[in-house]
Ligand binder design. Structure first.
Ligand code: GAP
Length: 498
């Protein structure tokens, strides 16, 4: 993670928000390359999920919506995380991310250890337990450390579990619910009637517009509505870079189906479609696993949820949630708004409130997954044939921020520069292309490798004096071959626009 964060800052992908004021926890800004990568991910999703499908329509609803929407959806009452405070350090933890265990020696409890959720939490807790036994000079066999999260703690344990901040017991509070929606005021009055919320998901914008889209007559069941947009959650512990932030973006689909449809089969179809899409933008299929939520851990609206998990630098974590929400949301809005949410199915001549399957993906989390998959260190020969370490980002050409770099071999030869500039201008009409004339050619390649530019094109004397061909270099293999400009454009089209 450190390598990725460092590279993102150094090369202008991602910056901590408000950095000159010391940063603002849970907020990130995207620099020149980050914004390209982010836009490319969103465009690829939109193209594959909306434009290339006949059964999905797009939508762009507002971030602030009528506050009654969030009452109807259940968010005002139920959208919260369990929180625990350390009274001494004033640190705040999500109770379900704070793990603890009793330490036993010959079956006798000698104290408790605690650890904040992380990839090696078991190891850390075991080390702390061994250290406790040593410090207390206890003889005998240390029992196994079985970690539980703090939401599973019993009241009598609260005074015994040490705070991860101080290492001492007695300062942790009872877990209590912390509301995640950001509040704001709308209009000139600052009383309670003006309270509104920044949306914590884009989904509700889809549900409340569902009737509008049905009434435009473009859709028949089953069909989906897709939306990309910002969402906000006052996360208790934003962490792991852009993985969990307070302002982020979602790409969500509500896929409306008949109540009699085989929702389990359709759920499976969506899980496969989503997995294939992640592979299409460069994630390794073997790195994607499925986490089926047990019935007793389902979100308040869900009949079934499967998360696509990805191996992030900080461990295997949720990337894409695919939930079957039944008719919960539409029925809630029907009840609270008094407006009918039924649809007439021409095929079966039935009228009903549809059920939904909801694939919900975070843009920022996808970007972190893509960066994780792309980050590579290898060794290649430099200009003089000496093998050197290289850092590269193996982005799929479809989402790479810069698609092609154009290099005139020498910057002081006008005929090379003129030809290279002409090609640069030609390619720039279609793609984000970079022109670089300064420094040794090997160093120019390396700069592009580090930002993940898949193709490098060099204009040399053969280009202008012989056959007009250019050298096309592949980022991953470093292989070079000569192609004509038309061959180059055809190849780039296949690789980038597929
Ligand atoms: N409409 C359903 C919904 O919002 P969710 O599991 O809470 O479900 C869906 O969120 C996706 O949004 C997650 O799988 C994740 O990719 C992304 N996401 C959620 N909270 C996030 C956060 N705080 N920071 C970044 N991405 C987040």
């Amino acid at each position: 993670m450190e390598n990725i964060v460092g590279l993102c800052k150094r090369r202008g992908f991602i910056f901590q928000s408000s950095e000159i004021y010391g940063g603002y926890n849970g907020f990130y800004d995207y620099g020149p390359l980050g914004v390209e990568l982010r836009n490319n991910i969103k465009q690829a999703w939109w193209r594959d999920m909306v434009q290339r499908r006949d059964d999905i329509e797009g939508l762009d609803s507002t971030i602030i919506m009528h506050p009654k929407i969030w009452e109807a959806s259940g968010h005002v009452a139920g959208f919260s995380d369990p929180m625990v405070d350390c009274k001494e350090s004033k640190k705040r933890y999500r109770a379900d991310q704070l793990f603890f265990a009793p330490v036993t020696v010959d079956g006798q409890t000698i104290g408790y250890v605690s650890v904040v959720e992380c990839i090696d939490q078991q190891e850390i807790a075991e080390k702390a337990a061994a250290e406790m036994k040593r410090k207390m000079a206890k003889q005998g066999e240390l029992g196994p450390i079985v970690l539980k999260d703090y939401t599973e703690s019993k009241p009598e344990e609260h005074a015994l579990v040490p705070s991860p901040a101080t290492g001492k017991p007695g300062s942790l509070t009872e877990p209590r619910e912390f509301k995640l929606m950001f509040e704001t005021k709308v209009g000139p009055l600052a009383d309670d009637s003006a309270t509104a919320y920044l949306r914590p998901e884009t989904a509700q914008g889809i549900f409340v517009n569902y009737k509008n889209i049905v009434d435009t007559g473009r859709v028949k069941i089953p069909f989906g509505i897709a939306q990309i947009g910002k969402a906000f959650r006052n996360e208790i512990t934003p962490r792991n870079f852009i993985f969990r932030s307070r302002e982020f973006e979602q790409m969500e689909i509500e896929y409306f189906i008949a109540p009699s449809a085989d929702w389990k089969a359709l759920h499976r179809e969506w899980i496969d479609t989503c997995t294939d899409w992640l592979v299409s933008i460069g994630l390794d299929r073997n790195g994607i696993t499925e986490d089926i939520h047990p019935q007793d851990k389902l979100a308040f609206y869900s009949q079934a949820t499967t998360d696509l998990m990805y191996q992030f630098p900080h461990g295997e974590q949720e990337l894409w949630g695919i939930a079957c929400r039944g008719d919960y949301d539409l029925k809630q809005h029907q009840e609270h708004s008094g407006k009918s949410m039924t649809i007439f199915d021409e095929a079966t001549k039935e009228k009903f409130v549809p059920h939904v399957i909801e694939p919900s993906l975070g843009v920022d989390r996808t970007l972190l997954a893509v960066l994780t998959a792309a980050y590579t260190e290898d060794e290649v020969p430099n200009d003089k044939g000496k093998v050197e370490k290289r850092v590269l980002l193996k982005f799929s050409p479809k989402i790479a921020p810069v698609k092609v770099a154009i290099f005139p071999l020498l910057k002081n030869k006008p005929e090379l520069v003129e030809r290279a500039t002409a090609l640069y201008k030609r390619l720039q009409r279609r793609w984000n292309v970079f022109y670089d004339a300064s420094g040794a050619i090997g160093r120019r390649y390396r700069r592009q490798d580090e930002i993940g530019t898949p193709f490098g094109v060099t204009i040399d004397f053969d280009t202008i004096e012989k056959d007009g061909t250019v050298t096309l270099r592949d980022r991953d293999t470093c292989e070079q071959r000569r192609v004509t400009e038309d061959e180059l454009i055809k190849y780039l089209e296949e690789q980038i626009d597929a």
